[in-house]
Write a new protein. Structure first.
Length: 399
């Protein structure tokens, strides 16, 4: 069975894969030689609203039907004005988005294999760089002009930049999966920490450790998080998660906490949990923060507030007719009791969430559009906002 066919089965892994056997490469997948270097940036974090939060903000949303090139659109808050196709040629059939430091990073995954960078303020193209044919990139962290890319089909982390003229360097993580040497890395986050006078710049890389020869990319065991020194590219330690199959990206919470969802069994979405890592100079694995069983499904979207509360898009199942997610938006209290409060009505199908600097929540609805919720957890929109194509998993950011 070919890898392309495996990736397309039943849309069972909507966070990672697209189903176009021959997707068009977006724009030019080769390096842009004279593109300006990226500003110092860290991966996207849904930053908590502060007392000095701005009164207006922008939602950036990616849409795709997995057959044609994707679309990039914006929604203004508080005006709720939708602008479809704000910049052309930046999204493939299978894109995700990250935002940081005034830049938007679009990772074009299976078949397109590139990272595209645009200026968030002007919606102009900074450049695009190939990650290598067949690498299937999943996530990106940008540090001092260098792009660190987690890729599903590579021996480790790919290191490149917008002005690269050579193939990406690889930070070798093949020892994490000695069976095939492909650790199947899915998420990456950059963090700085100083403890007792010891300062470190670190990359946290979550890898699924999948059997690439199996029909459904079966996990060989619990997911692993490699902690890499960003300066030397040396592996400092490897943390083992409780569960198999980390999904989505890392999400930063207060006190240098990182969270990532796990989904060990696509037949039972209540298995697994949101797992926690303390991203300090001596990183610590801290176990499950919220169990999928308490959510009623898995966290297909997640945002953490400054007081440690979670806004979670919970996927509870998949529609037998359109195979899209069946899910809801919930809030998990951060005061220690972990109480779960439903925010969305039963007729909505929420599968992703991004928290804005102004406190509002942008959510993706599998019915085919975007909704905006207020900081109090009540919906502001009165109908679906059409972004031009159906929103994609991990395709929302707000800045």
């Amino acid at each position: 069975m070919t890898l392309a066919r495996v990736l397309c089965l039943l849309l069972a892994m909507p966070l990672f894969f697209a189903c176009d056997d021959d997707p068009a490469v977006v724009a030019d997948a080769h390096p842009v030689i004279d593109a300006p270097a990226l500003a110092d940036a860290t991966p996207a974090v849904d930053a908590p609203a502060s007392d000095a939060a701005p009164s207006a903000t922008t939602v950036f949303a990616l849409g795709s039907d997995y057959q044609t090139a994707g679309i990039a659109s914006t929604v203004s808050i508080p005006g709720l004005e939708v602008t479809q196709g704000v910049i052309d040629g930046v999204a493939s059939t299978d894109p995700i988005v990250r935002e940081s430091g005034g830049k938007i990073y679009i990772v074009n995954r299976f078949g397109a294999d590139n990272v595209t960078v645009i200026d968030a303020a002007t919606m102009t193209l900074d450049g695009q760089v190939s990650t290598g044919a067949g690498t299937n990139p999943q996530d990106v962290a940008a540090v001092d002009g260098t792009l660190y890319v987690a890729a599903l089909n590579a021996a480790g982390v790919l290191v490149t930049s917008l002005n690269a003229t050579e193939d990406p360097e690889v930070i070798d993580l093949s020892s994490l999966d000695p069976e095939d040497g492909i650790p199947n890395c899915m998420a990456i986050h950059y963090a700085e920490s100083t403890v007792a006078g010891m300062s470190r710049r670190m990359l946290f890389v979550a890898c699924g450790i999948l059997d690439d020869d199996s029909e459904f990319l079966t996990p060989r065991g619990p997911g692993k998080v490699a902690v890499i020194d960003q300066k030397t590219h040396q592996v400092l330690t490897v943390l083992e998660l409780t569960n198999k199959n980390p999904v989505g990206g890392f999400h930063e919470g207060p006190g240098q906490q990182l969270f990532i969802a796990t989904l060990p069994n696509y037949g039972d979405l209540t298995q697994g949990c949101i797992e926690s890592i303390h991203a300090v100079a001596v990183p610590l694995y801290q176990g499950c923060a919220v169990d999928n069983a308490d959510l009623g499904g898995y966290a297909s979207g997640l945002s953490v507030t400054g007081d440690g509360a979670f806004y979670v898009a919970v996927t509870e199942g998949f529609d037998p007719d359109d195979f899209g997610a069946l899910g809801s938006l919930v809030k998990v209290d951060g005061d220690g009791d972990g109480a779960v409060t439903d925010l969305s009505p039963d007729d909505q199908r929420i599968f992703n969430v991004a928290r804005c600097p102004t406190g509002q929540l942008a959510v993706a609805d599998a019915a085919g559009g975007v909704r905006i919720y207020g900081a109090d957890g009540t919906e502001i929109t009165t109908e679906l906002l059409d972004i031009g194509l159906p929103p994609v998993p991990d395709g929302l950011t707000c800045y």
